[in-house]
Write a protein that binds this ligand. Structure first.
Ligand SMILES: Cc1ncc(COP(=O)(O)O)c(C=O)c1O
Length: 364
């Protein structure tokens, strides 16, 4: 397998980079402008996060010691979940070690034989894995194609609980799902993974659904991107959250995230909510790059589709030599033949970083 993947140029081998959370990384003794990070608001190096973590570690120890079902819920976990529920304006939230695990916990945990899932073909791997681990039937609709979804809804899942699952912002394309149209499907519930909209879209960064004026049955949120922290949530009504505490295996069978991580995560929600200045800079950066590339959109994820694995790797390598870190995205992260550069913008990029990237792109 190793040899086959290597021959297909599909073997991944992450670079070693040093970063202090800013727009510059150091690697091979040289600095490069970083367009690979989802730290959209540039909060990961904020001193308030390190302070909150250090205080909690002193008071609560580092490791949580057990899963919460065995060891109980600490005040740091409780405060964090209340804070997240309030941030999203929903009754309850459950914290997982990552957004990946939140999707697994929700979709596999509640996906019994009595459920039928309808899933966008470009949903994140953690959504796909959650569906695969479930016992529910599943149907995949063409990307953002509401008409095809309606046909599938008419044809499948009669007598079961139908659930539409979609990313709010698609992680490799940077486009936004047609949430209002999906929410209008009255014979199905909607689950939205808002990993990339959180902190970026909606009033005070409260997320894509809020910005679209809809309230899905459940939202999956992660703090690993715009919040600059880590850990994922399911945010929903109180009964769904009660059920997940029994059914979500990544919650039941995994040691709870450390109190220090919870404290930093809570601080990150405060920062993210108040970060209007940073959101304004991010919006300017998004408009600047997208306008110059002729790529309309509102999110900080800007793909440049090049086609073959070779082209994408070559372009990424040339940019690296020119001083820019822009990852090449290959299958299985994207469909074959649609390999791409994935540019990720943050509030810490300055106009000259973006202009420099545009000049370098013109050469590759
Ligand atoms: C759409 C989407 N959902 C979920 C995740 C997983 O979140 P986390 O990195 O917190 O595991 C990611 C990114 O990693 C993502 O892009």
């Amino acid at each position: 397998l190793l040899r086959t993947l290597a021959a297909q140029q599909l073997l991944r081998d992450p670079r070693t980079v040093e970063s202090a959370g800013g727009p510059i990384v150091r690697a091979d003794g040289r600095e490069r402008v970083n367009f690979s990070s989802n730290d959209y608001l540039g909060l990961s190096a904020h001193p308030a996060l390190a302070r909150a973590a250090a205080d909690a570690a002193r008071a609560g120890g580092w490791g949580a010691g057990a899963s919460r079902l065995l060891g109980g819920t600490s005040p740091w976990h409780e405060r964090l979940e209340h804070r997240m529920a309030a941030f999203r304006g929903r009754p309850a939230a459950l914290y997982f070690s990552s957004g990946y695990l939140a999707n697994l916990g929700l979709l596999a945990g509640l996906g019994t034989e009595a459920v039928t899932y309808f899933s966008d073909e470009r949903n994140h791997a953690s959504v796909i894995d959650g569906l695969r681990l479930s016992r529910a039937a599943r149907h995949v609709y063409r990307h953002a194609d509401v008409d095809e979804l309606r046909r599938l809804l008419r044809a499948h899942g009669a007598g079961t609980h139908r659930v539409i699952v979609t990313d709010a912002v698609f992680s490799m394309d940077g486009d936004v799902a047609p949430l209002e149209a999906l929410a209008r499907e009255s014979d199905a519930d909607l689950v939205v993974d808002d990993a990339h909209g959180t902190g970026v879209l909606g009033p005070q960064g409260r997320g894509t659904p809020r910005g679209a004026g809809i309230e899905p049955a459940a939202e999956v949120v992660t703090l690993s991107k715009a919040a600059g922290a880590s850990g994922g949530f399911v945010v929903a009504d109180a009964d769904t959250i009660r059920l997940l505490k029994t059914r979500a295996r990544p919650f039941v069978y995994s040691t709870a995230p450390p109190p220090a991580v919870c404290a930093a995560a809570t601080a990150s929600i405060d920062l993210m909510e108040q970060a209007e200045d940073r959101r304004a800079v991010l919006r300017r950066n998004i408009a600047h790059l997208r306008e110059r590339l002729g790529a309309p959109g509102v999110t900080p994820i800007v793909p440049i589709v090049l086609g073959s694995v070779e082209r994408a790797l070559r372009a990424s390598g040339r940019l690296w030599e020119e001083g820019f870190f822009v990852p090449a995205i290959r299958p299985p992260s994207v469909p074959e033949g649609s390999c791409r550069l994935r540019i990720s913008l943050t509030a810490l990029h300055r106009p000259e970083h973006i202009d420099g990237l545009l000049d370098a792109l013109a050469k590759v």
